[in-house]
Design a protein around this ligand. Structure first.
Ligand code: PHE
Length: 391
């Protein structure tokens, strides 16, 4: 097999218009045979859902990561070495996620791994990174269990106990709902964890959970569950799922004659949400990691660069988190005396007051980040900023 073919097979295909810097990252990848042994480069792995029903999660994250790497390489790389990224597609499947990390660590001998977005896939793969003592940073998995896997596993996003509290407070105190129903994905660690926190916090605030129904990702007909919910007369429905199902759920909710808002978490964040949910999702609210409406220079500058690199595309929260995760890794590598997985791990753990696009990031003793969240309202393709909530 030629180098090019093996490279092409394992790499996610970028949009055809690449900035010069991004093209360099790819060329560096195609040019060498003994990847990890080339001392002029540092090889980092990334795994994500580049295809499947959560494809925008992996694609957006990867765009953010590649932008950060290209910028650094243009400035001469880390300690004079170019960064090379190997991206593996897990198609949104936990077992593939695990296999991808196994391969990145044992065959490609990467010094660090970035990924996954979805908590269930991070949970499937993190034990491999931990076992081989290669640091892993998930940009966006919010379930608390992910970093509990071990001392090599980090995240740069907030966690669901906070996100669930944010939405419970928003439901009870801002839009003043008393009766809320839940529709959760029972196969997703993220969805069940977030649903449980929301329910507990909403009840503490005096609200009632009038119904708690479930589905599994991949289902397309939610009418039976929604009919059950409708019978309990809720004022809003909390749907802590991912965009593909949420879009369909929104439409079917309206088809059944319910005009109440849906509420959700970061898993809604995708350019596909409004395409799938159309008018039915308009006006609904979800908690997220950043807002494109921010006027902070670090955010506006990031959006400008991202649009320039990716055909005018506006970065979603995942693009922003991928960029932050990659830059935290880059800074940690810069601080090491020698680039080894152990040294990188130790430096990631020391991250303090890193000014990211998604907020100021300090890694705490649980290897999590304490950060604020925003609540946004879906308005066509744009998610309107409503409120920032700090821990
Ligand atoms: N937080 C989600 C999870 O843990 C993943 C996600 C993050 C999805 C951000 C979209 C945006 O599964």
């Amino acid at each position: 097999m030629t180098n090019f073919r093996s490279f092409a097979r394992r790499s996610f295909i970028l949009p055809s218009v690449l900035s010069f810097g991004l093209a360099l990252v790819l060329l560096a990848g195609a040019a060498c045979t003994k990847k990890a042994e080339n001392t002029n480069e540092i090889v980092v792995g990334e795994y994500g859902s580049f295809s499947g029903s959560e494809a925008t999660f992996g694609q957006s994250t990867s765009e953010g990561v590649k932008l950060a790497f290209a910028e650094k390489n243009k400035l001469g790389g880390v300690k004079g070495k170019q960064l090379r990224l190997i991206s593996l597609d897990n198609q949104g499947k936990p077992e593939e996620a695990r296999a991808a990390v196994q391969r990145l660590v044992t065959q490609d001998r990467v010094v660090a791994v970035l990924g996954e977005v979805a908590s269930s896939r991070s949970l499937a793969a993190a034990p491999v990174a931990q076992q081989y003592q290669v640091p892993m940073i998930t940009p966006s998995s919010t379930n608390p269990k992910v970093t509990e896997v071990g001392d090599y596993i980090f995240r740069v996003c907030f966690i669901d106990p906070f996100q669930g509290l944010v939405m419970a407070k928003f439901a009870a105190l801002e839009i003043k709902k008393k009766r809320v129903a839940i529709l959760r994905d029972v196969k997703s660690d993220y969805s069940t964890g977030l649903a449980d926190v929301f329910a507990a916090e909403f009840k503490k605030l005096g609200g009632t959970i009038v119904a708690d129904e479930s589905y599994q990702a991949g289902e397309t007909d939610f009418k039976a569950q929604l009919t059950q919910l409708k019978g309990k007369n809720p004022e809003a429905i909390f749907v802590p799922g991912y965009y593909t199902e949420v879009g369909l759920i929104a439409r079917q909710t309206r088809q059944l004659g319910m005009s109440i808002p849906l509420l959700g978490g970061d898993g809604w964040d995708s350019e596909k949400l409004s395409e799938l949910g159309q008018d039915a999702i308009k006006g609904s609210y979800f908690s997220n990691h950043y807002t494109t409406e921010s006027t902070e220079p670090v955010v506006t500058e990031f959006i400008r660069k991202y649009r320039e690199a990716y055909k005018g595309k506006t970065p979603d929260g995942l693009g922003a988190l991928g960029y932050d995760a990659a830059n935290i890794l880059i800074e940690a590598m810069e601080r090491t005396t020698e680039i080894t997985p152990k040294n990188i791990r130790d430096e990631i753990a020391k991250t303090k007051n890193f000014v990211g696009v998604t907020g100021v990031i300090t890694i705490n003793e649980k290897r999590d980040a304490t950060k604020s969240a925003v609540v946004v309202q879906v308005d066509g393709k744009v998610n309107r900023f409503i409120k920032t909530i700090t821990p």
